[in-house]
Design a protein around this ligand. Structure first.
Ligand code: PHE
Length: 342
């Protein structure tokens, strides 16, 4: 009996086979268990010797079962360790990282360029009172410029006696806020979001502008021209740029000029600084005396220039992007195509 089970245990190939051997020997109806039950019918002497022998046999088989079980587990572990190994010298798999949005990137770039020229950053609210957005900028209620701005008006509940508010249509109200807060002299830029009801290939209802404002005792259009040329050379990373100042009209500047940059389209490729094309990039002029006064700055003592530039527009030019709307669609394929996402 002993030899039979010891051998069966040794040759059990896995845990299931081992369990079968255990049941056959020590299970409720196992061979040894049954033999133990027969002890009751034996004479006392016989029972003592046979009982002791059966106990020893049971313990021995039990111990042997445990040992074999452990052996099988060790062997299984060994086999796993041989096949499931990890080469820690392999290079890691690259992870796709988030990236800075092109517009944010351009904002950071232009802020750094203007900072080098001594411009600090000023801010204002996107929900703006129509006094700051219009009146203070010499656009009174009946002025036609109000209609041209395609303004989003904030809804008003009945009995709301707060002054009317709009989504700011340009960053120019920050001129007033900055002058009120800091007085003159002042040199600030104000990058941020602006809103107009407009939507096509080159317009989105939300877009970005950067306002520039420099006020001192003898600032002139010549300073404006130099600052803008310096900015464009640095921003577009070209040795020289040519800007064209076209006489224009804004209620908040006098005189006013729209500024174009020389460029060319060759085979769908935009080149800044050369060619026979012109692209409008900003509006500008000398700050109107009424605007200085609204900002609490004495127009008899101070003068200066202001400009407003479309950030999305110059980002499109710098990266050769034809459709403005794509900027705000968060399409990863588009972002990757232009190198804005991994
Ligand atoms: N605010 C004007 C616009 O949005 C741009 C501008 C700013 C023009 C400052 C002159 C001076 O079109």
């Amino acid at each position: 009996l002993r030899g039979k089970y010891i051998e069966a245990i040794a040759s059990a190939a896995d845990e299931a086979a081992l369990e079968e051997v255990r049941l056959a020997a020590l299970g409720k109806k196992g061979e040894i268990s049954l033999k133990m039950r027969e002890l009751g019918q034996m004479s006392p002497e016989e029972r003592q010797t046979t009982g002791a022998a059966l106990n020893r046999l049971r313990d021995e088989i039990d111990a042997s079962l445990r040992a074999r079980k452990q052996g099988l587990a060790d062997a299984a572990l060994d086999a796993r360790l041989k096949t499931e190994w990890l080469d820690v010298t392999l290079p890691g798999r690259p992870r796709r990282m988030g990236t800075i949005h092109p517009v944010s990137q351009v904002m950071a770039e232009l802020t750094a360029i203007f900072a080098d020229m001594g411009f600090a950053v000023a801010e204002g609210p996107q929900v703006e009172s129509d006094w700051f957005n219009f009146d203070a900028l010499n656009i009174p209620p009946e002025h036609p410029a109000r209609q041209e701005h395609d303004t989003f008006f904030m809804a008003r509940a009945e009995g709301d006696d707060r002054p009317p508010h709009v989504l700011r249509t340009h960053t120019s109200p920050v001129q007033i806020r900055a002058m009120q807060a800091q007085g003159a002299p002042i040199r600030v830029i104000a990058p941020g979001r602006v809103y107009r009801m407009d939507m096509d290939q080159t317009h989105t209802p939300m877009f970005h502008q950067v306002e520039g404002l420099a006020i001192d005792r003898d600032i002139s259009m010549a300073n404006l021209k130099w600052v803008l040329e310096e900015f464009c050379r640095a921003f577009f990373e070209v040795p020289s740029v040519e800007l064209r100042f076209r006489a224009s009209h804004f209620p908040f500047t006098e005189p006013s000029a729209e500024v174009d940059i020389r460029c060319s389209w060759e085979g769908g490729q935009l080149k800044i600084g050369e060619g026979d094309g012109w692209l409008e990039i900003l509006g500008s002029g000398m700050v109107h005396p009424k605007v200085l006064a609204a900002g609490g700055v004495n127009p008899d003592e101070w003068q200066g220039f202001a400009f407003g530039m479309g950030i999305d527009r110059i980002a499109m030019l710098k990266y050769g992007i034809p459709d403005l709307r794509a900027f705000f669609e968060s399409d990863l394929r588009w972002l990757r195509h232009y190198g804005f996402a991994a």
